[in-house]
Design a binder for this molecule. Structure first.
Ligand code: GCW
Length: 640
């Protein structure tokens, strides 16, 4: 693995631990992982694993911290991690890595850390067999899959071990190993290829990570000719298949299901509800303690663009609210954070607030499908943090799921700086209230231990506001999907406008935006709790950044800052593309040696592409809206 970048666990990230006399107390697999980590660090930095006279003690002894929790303290020259269970010890170890020497200075009283969510899951959209259109990894921008290669499990799983270690170090404890679009080869992971899943589970287990599987709802059909969830034979089929899974993988996490969505089979084919569908799988998993993550991403992807009443944004709420209270306890409804599809700016999904009797996990997209495809710098934690604040204000969440952005690329994530998104996802899943800016600095500190100020400041400056910069040159005022159909990279304002996908902006010569009000539009605004619904319903109160998501307004509509919609479009596109040039210039001033030549060169090349692409976005969007509206830029800048 020497050619693989160490991401946020370079050896020096464990220097402070490795230079201590360390005692580790407890039993079990995860304790052995901690001992191995400590021993390796001590071997490198001069410390020792000892039974007496330790100045660092890691001990499984304090049930009060709760599952996976730990307390850290320092007293009498000894730093102590006291955990409730071995997993807590592992998280405590990596907490010490974040603290570095600060954990070994002045004494401090016990500080307890507990995970914000019990299940902190990464979903891989990895295919086993290369898909003719989507490739090895659907929406993957980091090379091939870490698990699968050309139809089979990889023989060398060394990188999976490295990945498991990185994930544990940021707080992840569940991984789904295959795409939610389950094609023929992948369907066999549940049956005759189960051994591959068991092998992966064995690699993830020492790092406290449980393996989950995406399954095809129609799986029983080959044997039974039906997948009707109310047919007792189907129920028995799932029970038997699931028993076999647990015989092979006793700590198996559960299933993830995309049903009746974008061509995947589901209960609708049998006139059954999604509660019927989810419950048949849940019943099979319940005796073993497993869960079903049932995705709420259900909508009509074959709608008629002429039909102005059908609104894709409404779909999840329309489908699932009537089912509230009808799911078994071990069903978790996995809801995309916004009502459409991972756009750079969407309101939070109203479904989250509307199913109080259902377990809900929010799904985020770490892989940058609509946010620059890991060719653009786009640090997403500020967006996720906003989303989580709003979602948590609406309901108690049961978990967080993220679509992974990692692959077999030497930097793990294609764009080296996209590592920060993977790290930040884990950290927010562990501690949703963390400040995204602090997470960025944490990532910088771990990834570049002892870095000079210039490097820290450059990384911070390039990444901190990069999501808002991306939004500025791509998606004005909450409009989405002005991307090239299919691959979704680069601008194409009308690319989706006359398609069946339900993603429209309705720009004409007078104005732009989707009327989703109750008064005159699709009524989507009315899906929110009353206080929020009132804000979104009103063209005056609606926040500017979501104006065109909720309203169709004239180009001359005045925003809260006093400017017009059309001038805002021009201004943000000039400013956004300009900010990318400034990012590139700032990066160019950094001596390559400070991050290593390969890292520096990869980032530089990608920043060149981002400058090119942002200019293309600026010019296409500005030209499009100038031609539609006929309104000139107030500052007379060049619009082609
Ligand atoms: O954003 C869309 C993607 C599809 C994906 C789908 C989903 C896995 O374009 O590639 O399919 O969402 O979330 O199911």
């Amino acid at each position: 693995m020497t050619d693989v970048h160490p991401a946020w666990l370079p050896p020096a990230a464990l220097r402070a631990i490795g230079s201590r006399r360390v005692s580790v107390r407890g039993d079990g697999l995860l304790v052995r992982t901690v001992i191995a980590e400590v021993a390796q660090a001590c071997g490198r930095y001069g410390g020792a694993v000892v039974s007496d006279g330790a100045d660092l003690v890691l001990t499984v002894s304090t049930p009060a911290c709760g599952p996976e929790g730990f307390a850290v303290s320092r007293d009498g020259g000894v730093t102590t991690i006291a955990a409730a269970d071995p997993a807590g010890l592992l998280y405590g170890l990596f907490h010490l890595a974040r603290l570095g020497e600060a954990a070994f200075g002045d004494p401090f009283p016990p500080e307890v850390h507990r995970p914000g969510y019990a299940r902190r899951m990464l979903d891989h959209w990895d295919n086993v067999a290369v898909h003719p259109v989507m490739g090895q990894v659907e929406r993957g921008y980091s090379g091939g899959s870490l698990f699968w290669h050309d139809g089979a499990l990889r023989e060398d799983l060394g990188r999976v071990t490295g990945y498991a270690r990185l994930l544990a170090a940021c707080g992840i404890n569940a991984v789904t190993v295959n795409n939610v679009n389950v094609h023929a080869t992948e369907a066999r992971l549940l049956t005759d290829r189960l051994g591959d899943v068991a092998t992966l589970a064995g690699v993830f287990r020492p790092y406290g990570i449980r393996v989950h599987l995406s399954v095809n709802f129609a799986a029983p059909r080959d044997d039974l000719g039906t997948a009707d969830p109310l047919d007792p034979r189907v129920r028995a089929w799932w029970a038997l298949a699931t028993d076999a899974v647990y015989a092979a993988i006793p700590d198996f996490g559960g299933y993830v299901v995309k049903a009746d969505s974008e061509g995947q089979p589901g209960p609708f084919a049998y006139g059954r509800t999604h509660a019927d569908g989810a419950n048949v799988l849940a019943a099979a998993l319940a005796p073993h303690g497993g869960v079903v993550h049932w995705r709420a991403f259900v909508y009509d992807h074959r709608q008629d663009w002429r039909d102005r009443r059908t609104d894709r944004a409404r779909a999840a709420h329309d489908h699932f609210v009537p089912l509230d209270g009808r799911f078994l306890d071990n069903v978790v409804l996995q809801v995309k954070h916004g009502p459409i599809d991972f756009q750079p700016r969407e309101p939070v999904s109203p479904l989250i607030a509307a199913v109080p009797a259902t377990n809900v996990a929010v799904e985020l997209q770490v892989t940058q499908e609509y946010t620059g495809q890991q060719r653009h710098v786009c640090y997403l934690a500020p967006m996720w943090s906003e989303v989580l604040r709003c979602a948590r204000g609406m309901a108690a969440l049961d978990g967080l799921a993220g679509v992974s952005n990692a692959g077999d690329d030497p930097f793990w994530t294609g764009h080296p700086l996209a590592q920060a998104n993977l790290y930040a996802f884990g950290r927010l899943a562990w501690a949703p209230d963390l400040d995204p800016v602090a997470i960025l600095d944490e990532w910088i500190g771990l990834t570049f231990p002892g870095a000079p100020d210039e490097l820290r400041e450059t990384l911070h400056a390039v990444m901190d506001d990069s999501w808002r910069t991306y939004e500025a040159y791509t998606a004005p005022l909450g409009v989405g999907f002005m991307v090239r159909p299919g691959h979704h990279y680069g601008p194409d304002v009308d690319g989706y406008e006359y398609t069946p996908w339900g993603t429209y902006h309705f720009a004409d010569r007078d104005g732009v935006g989707v009327d989703r009000t109750c008064a005159t539009g699709t009524g989507f605004a009315g899906q929110y709790p009353p206080a929020l619904a009132r804000v979104y319903e009103s063209v005056y109160d609606c926040p500017d950044e979501l104006l065109l998501f909720f309203h169709h307004v004239p180009y001359g509509h005045i925003l809260h800052d006093g400017g017009t919609v059309i001038q805002h479009i021009y201004d943000t596109h000039f400013a956004g593309a300009g900010a990318v040039v400034a990012m590139r210039d700032r990066w160019a001033r950094l001596p390559a040696a400070s991050v290593g030549p390969a890292f520096a060169a990869r980032v530089s090349a990608l920043l060149d592409e981002q400058v090119r692409s942002a200019a293309e976005w600026r010019d296409q969007i500005n030209a499009y809206f100038y031609r539609k509206s006929g309104v000139r830029d107030a500052h007379g800048r060049r619009i082609p």
